[in-house]
Design a protein around this ligand. Structure first.
Ligand code: PGA
Ligand code: ZN
Length: 427
């Protein structure tokens, strides 16, 4: 089935910022439409998100990227089968970060081609990517409850406080439990005088002006209990420290707590959080280029908790390979727009699996109503997914898609995780 037409246009993401949308048409009429997400706490090693600059949309327009799709990429991929699209896109821009045409331009075509191919096969993208007929693996969700950092006006230094419904026996039950905790957290916050608890942060979590990161962990643990769950065994906690965001001149500055820590100091602090609270997963504990700090963190915490590299690995096989060689982290966050191509993002998942690293497919803080992320997580057997909270439709689009897959396909759920530890995984 050959590509007959590629259209691209400027659409909006969940923050009201422009993003690239592309539609790929195949002979026979199958279509794939994909919108590209966008980060706020983006790592500096991510593939390039091309923005126009100038006055439109505060410089955030993507007309140049759209122009690159229509003028450069469309002629290259028209007449190809979808399976050959990624190689053609790679050949169109040999710079590692797609600095010439923009990774947002490239990814929109890469995704739309996969979606069109699945449509042509009359199947879900998840099933198409899984390329087998056995049961599909539904991922354990990590659900944002409290937001800080770049997603909530820096009212907390740590960016995300999430719940992992480790005791749930189905995906639907995991979602139900996460919503119960979210509701309990709102009630607790309102009872403590936080009127802001009726508002939502970028990823749909609560953005509260709490004094310390511990106060957030206290509130979340209490919310888990108030919702009727056993902390740790039924509902556990994950955090995304997003430490790159507060790393300055070799020091980690916790602005809310007015403390400045070395890598060793921050690791000790995180270790205390893991001692006192049911924290089972820590993302970006250290900054993106603090490889030494990361090594130390892995030595101290790697046996106890999942250590996820986001800004550290930026869905790059090269950076993940270095991490594996140097004994850094034990899990990788997978965000396709950090990489640019669906195929090479999958290669990162496969590399991680071979090395015994876990994989968490993740949304961005700037999302769209698209739900392909859910299908990628399932099709790649990632085992875990992080989408934001249970509020806001760009988030529920992904949860709802996973609920649809659970209801309509032959699936197994990645949980429960006995003792709060990841059990059944992607392998
Ligand atoms: P971002 O945040 O999309 O703003 O980069 C998500 C994350 O850090 O995991
Ligand atoms: Zn992150």
């Amino acid at each position: 089935m050959l590509i007959t037409k590629v259209d691209s246009w400027e659409a909006l993401d969940s923050r009201g910022r422009p993003t690239v949308a592309t539609r790929v048409a195949l002979e026979g009429g199958a279509l794939g439409v994909a919108l590209v997400p966008s980060g706020a706490s983006a790592g500096s090693h991510e593939a390039l998100e091309l923005r126009d600059g100038g006055g439109r949309y505060g410089g955030r327009g993507v007309r140049k990227a759209v122009g690159h799709v229509t003028d450069t990429l469309a002629p290259l991929v028209t007449g190809l089968t979808p399976t050959r699209v990624d190689a053609a896109l790679r050949a169109a821009d040999r710079s590692p970060s797609f600095a010439v045409v923009g990774a947002n331009a490239v990814l929109s075509v890469s995704l739309a081609a996969q979606l069109a191919a699945a449509a042509a096969h009359g199947t879900s993208l998840a099933r198409y990517l899984a390329a087998d007929t056995g049961p599909l693996l539904l991922p354990m969700p990590m659900v944002n409850i409290l937001s800080g950092g770049a997603h909530a006006g820096r009212m907390l230094d740590v960016q995300d406080f999430l719940v992992v419904p480790v005791g749930a026996t189905s995906f639907a039950q995991a979602v139900e439990w996460a919503v119960a905790v979210r509701e309990a957290a709102t009630r607790l916050a309102l009872a403590r005088g936080h009127a802001q608890a009726v508002l939502v942060a970028d990823e749909g979590g609560l953005g509260l002006p709490l004094a310390t990161n511990r106060a957030a962990l206290d509130l979340l643990t209490e919310a888990i209990r108030a919702a009727g769950f056993a902390p740790g065994t039924e509902v556990a906690i994950a955090i995304d420290v997003a430490a790159t965001q507060f790393f300055h001149e070799g020091r980690y500055r916790l602005a809310r707590e007015q403390r400045e820590l070395t890598a060793t100091g921050l690791i000790a602090e995180i270790a205390r959080w893991c001692d006192h609270y049911p924290v089972i997963s820590v993302e970006d504990a250290l900054a993106e280029d603090d490889w030494e700090g990361w090594q130390e963190a892995t030595a101290v915490l790697g046996e106890r908790v999942e250590l996820v590299g986001d800004d550290l690995f930026v869905t790059s096989a090269e950076r993940l390979r270095r991490g594996i060689t140097e004994g850094v982290a034990n899990s990788v966050l997978v965000k396709v727009n950090q990489n640019g191509l669906v195929g090479s993002s999958r290669a990162v998942v496969d590399l991680a699996r071979t090395a015994g690293y876990r994989t968490v497919v993740s949304a961005r803080s700037g999302e769209t109503e698209d739900s392909w992320l859910a299908d990628l997580a399932v099709g790649w057997r990632a085992g875990q997914i992080k989408v934001g909270s249970t509020h806001r439709s760009e988030r529920t689009a992904k949860w709802n898609r996973l609920l649809e897959l659970e209801a309509t396909e032959d699936t197994v759920f990645a949980g429960p995780w006995p003792g709060g530890r990841p059990g059944k995984d992607a392998a």
